[in-house]
Design a protein around this ligand. Structure first.
Ligand SMILES: Nc1ncnc2c1ncn2[C@@H]1O[C@H](COP(=O)(O)OP(=O)(O)OP(=O)(O)O)[C@@H](O)[C@H]1O
Length: 258
């Protein structure tokens, strides 16, 4: 579904991403991890077409990203980022309705009534009590659920999540990741998620790409990537890696220094 090859990106002559090469299959849950400043968000912006690359190519469903029109790309790919929410004055339901713009004509109408889909997503994300509230008065976590709702109503083939669990407490972190995963199972959407929390990445991702200083360190299963020595090389701290007693996936425990 996504093929990235030979990707390079510099800002002001400083390389931010170099030699990035990977592919993501349809329906896969693909994680991107790495320390602060390693280039995760830049990679997301390149995949979503917000920022142009210097070298290399990105293909979505076999077609070069640069060949998609804005509306075609919005039907193909949705991005969850809170900053993309409209600034002030909109109700939650209105914000979700905005997610349908790729399917609307110039009058803002679409062939099929999107109300059942929007209702389903409002229900799934527990937004029923908030749907007539203004976005301005929501908490960070509530806004994050609205941002996810706006991305899901786009019914994309690829869902790009840039730090989706920021602002969320542990209950909502798991709830959001579970919702994304069950949505993925029913729609076969391909998910690419930048995650800071390595334990969440392990629990939800089929494969993980690890970045370090703009370079790709490795791509592999959680077991291949979340190894104590590799994490120490990249993050500069050596965690204890244990197997989750229920899910049998690696989980890390941090060790305090001194
Ligand atoms: N628009 C920009 N102009 C100049 N430099 C930039 C720009 N955007 C990002 N950078 C630089 O590119 C590097 C990678 O940034 P990026 O935001 O992609 O990293 P990240 O891995 O997402 O970091 P974090 O985990 O801290 O969010 C950083 O050194 C950052 O300062």
């Amino acid at each position: 579904m996504i093929q990235v090859s030979g990707l390079h990106k510099s800002y002001n002559q400083t390389p931010v991403l170099q030699d990035i090469q990977f592919s993501v299959s349809k329906g896969e849950f693909f994680g991107i991890i790495g320390p602060n400043g390693s280039g995760k968000s830049t990679l997301c912006k390149l995949i979503s077409g917000v920022v142009g690359m210097d070298q290399g190519e990105i293909r979505l469903d076999g077609k070069l990203l640069t060949r998609y029109s804005r509306k075609e790309l919005a039907r193909m790919l949705a991005v969850l980022e809170q900053e993309a929410l409209p600034p002030v004055g909109f109700l939650v339901r209105e914000v979700l309705e905005m997610g349908r713009f790729p399917y609307q004509n110039w009058l803002g109408e679409e062939a099929l009534d999107p109300t059942p889909l929007i209702d389903e997503i409002i229900h799934m994300l527990n937004l029923s009590e908030l749907e007539q509230r203004s976005l301005d008065h929501l908490s960070g976590g509530e806004k994050q659920r609205v941002a996810l709702g706006k991305a899901l109503v786009q019914k994309p083939m690829v869902l790009l999540l840039d730090e989706p669990t920021t602002y969320l407490d542990i209950g909502y972190q798991i709830q959001l990741m579970d919702i994304v995963r069950s949505w993925q199972k029913t729609t076969q959407v391909t998910v690419v998620a930048v995650l800071h929390d390595l334990n969440l990445a392990s629990l939800y991702c089929d494969r993980i790409l690890m970045l370090h200083k703009g370079r790709q360190v490795s791509v592999g299963s959680p077991e291949e990537i979340l190894r104590s020595s590799l994490i120490e090389d990249v993050y500069g701290t050596r965690p204890i890696v244990l197997e989750h007693p229920v899910h049998h996936l690696p989980q890390i425990m941090l060790q305090a220094g001194g």
